[in-house]
Ligand binder design. Structure first.
Ligand SMILES: Cc1ncc(C[n+]2csc(CCOP(=O)(O)OP(=O)(O)O)c2C)c(N)n1
Length: 405
């Protein structure tokens, strides 16, 4: 039996004592709504999605746990490097806290095989978790993030432009908006070719207020594309609560308005994410059109970089009314950390008899060693050549426009 878990961070339901302004009030109202919706949405999800994860073999379930850990230790190691190693060039929009979304969603995809058969993922400015879950080479990703010539993209792209088509990770994208339009175009091409691949776009709550969100969903439904929008609602876009730009408590409501089947899931529980994703992938692959999954989640670090973080510690804290790191109450962060995706996955697998505590600990030690080795390998690689930076930006040679050729 799965353990009964407290699905909502209790403190998130309490009023923020520092907030007296109208904006503060709106934020409290939004938080309260989100927490309540988290409870009801999670229960609804387990009740009617179908519980596909329970039928998976042990090694597949364990692989999801391992993916979460790989993302987590990549994040923590990178944060430590940024804070303590003056020779490290890498930067990150940290994904820690959201690991279960990438791990659960990508576990339901086809990730191995020829490019014409694997499922495709379009990512965001916060891509490292999606990349790891889709199966990019960890060493080459670490090298890319540190601008090394042997990195995934020759060291010219770094974190916000990671891409590895070999595993269907079409790539990160620093622009908020266009991603789902590109992904629906890709889904259109796939359907035109008669392939049964599906295309997934990961986007944040901040994508709701862009025209691309609505255009992509409209076209996906209109053309019944094999397209799945995984919306990671981590409550904030950059430094603003999503209630400032979205009238819905569940952004999934907007997808339903376009006629797209939409689920709201607890994004801290990898198996709930997997269940919803499995359902959407099966439907899209069979020609049943698009799907939308809103995963309620939270990020443990600041929007960008590691301000407020300390070496060896998870998360970024500190309340300074004048600093940009004060965009959210510290107690809110701490209450979300009590429902950590690593802890939830581990506890569930132990409860199901898939792992015991010793095996879970051994897996974590293996992952930590693997991540440490990836960063050490990357640090030994040659740097990319800054003079070549523009080489891959413009077409070289003569280009003849088709209509004149
Ligand atoms: C077109 C565009 N406008 C503004 C920005 C600056 N920007 C970077 S991240 C971000 C908010 C993203 O929020 P969300 O999609 O919720 O993702 P999160 O950062 O919360 O994971 C903004 C506005 C941008 N990258 N692109």
């Amino acid at each position: 039996m799965r353990p009964e878990r407290d699905l909502a961070p209790a403190e998130a339901r309490q009023a923020d004592p520092t907030a007296t302004s109208r904006r503060g009030f709106l934020r409290i109202a939004g938080l309260a709504g989100v927490s309540l919706s988290l409870v009801s949405a999670a229960r609804r999800a387990e009740a009617d999605i179908g519980f596909f994860a329970k039928d998976l073999p042990d090694d597949k379930l364990t692989a999801m746990f391992r993916t979460i850990l790989r993302i987590r230790w990549h994040e923590r190691t990178m944060a430590d490097k940024m804070l303590s190693d003056p020779d490290y060039r890498g930067y990150n929009h940290f994904y820690a806290g959201q690991e279960a979304v990438a791990a659960g969603a990508c576990a339901a995809l086809r990730n191995e095989g020829p490019f014409e058969q694997i499922d495709l993922v379009y990512s965001t400015h916060r891509p490292t978790g999606h990349a790891i879950a889709k199966g990019v080479d960890l060493k080459k990703m670490c090298a890319e993030n540190d601008f090394r010539a042997t990195g995934l993209n020759g060291g010219y792209g770094a974190q916000m432009h990671l891409s590895d088509p070999a595993v269907g990770f079409i790539g990160a994208d620093g622009m908020i908006g266009p991603g789902p339009v590109l992904a629906t175009g890709s889904a259109f091409a796939i359907r035109a070719r008669g392939s049964d691949q599906v295309v997934v776009f990961f986007g944040g709550d901040g994508t709701y207020a862009t025209p691309h969100f609505h255009s992509a969903l409209n076209n996906a439904r209109l053309l019944d594309l094999p397209f799945i929008y995984v919306l990671e609602n981590n409550l904030y876009h950059q430094y603003a609560h999503y209630s400032f730009s979205c009238p819905h408590t569940d952004i999934a409501e907007a997808a339903r308005a376009y006629g797209i089947p939409a689920r709201v899931v607890d994004g801290q529980d990898v198996f709930q994410v997997y269940n919803a994703m499995h359902e959407a992938v099966e439907r899209a692959r069979a020609g049943g059109g698009p799907g939308f999954i809103e995963a309620k989640t939270y990020r443990y670090y600041n929007h960008w970089g590691a301000p407020g973080a300390k070496v060896g510690e998870l998360g970024a804290f500190g309340y300074d009314p004048l600093a940009i790191s004060s965009f959210r109450p510290e107690r809110e962060l701490r209450s979300w950390m009590q429902r950590d995706p690593v802890d939830i996955a581990r506890a569930t697998l132990i409860d199901w008899g898939v792992l015991d505590a010793a095996r879970a600990e051994a897996i974590e030690a293996e992952v930590r060693a693997e991540v440490a080795e990836a960063f050490a390998w990357a640090a030994r690689q040659p740097l990319c050549n800054p003079e070549d930076g523009l080489r891959h930006v413009f077409a070289e040679g003569t280009v003849i426009a088709r209509q004149f050729g």
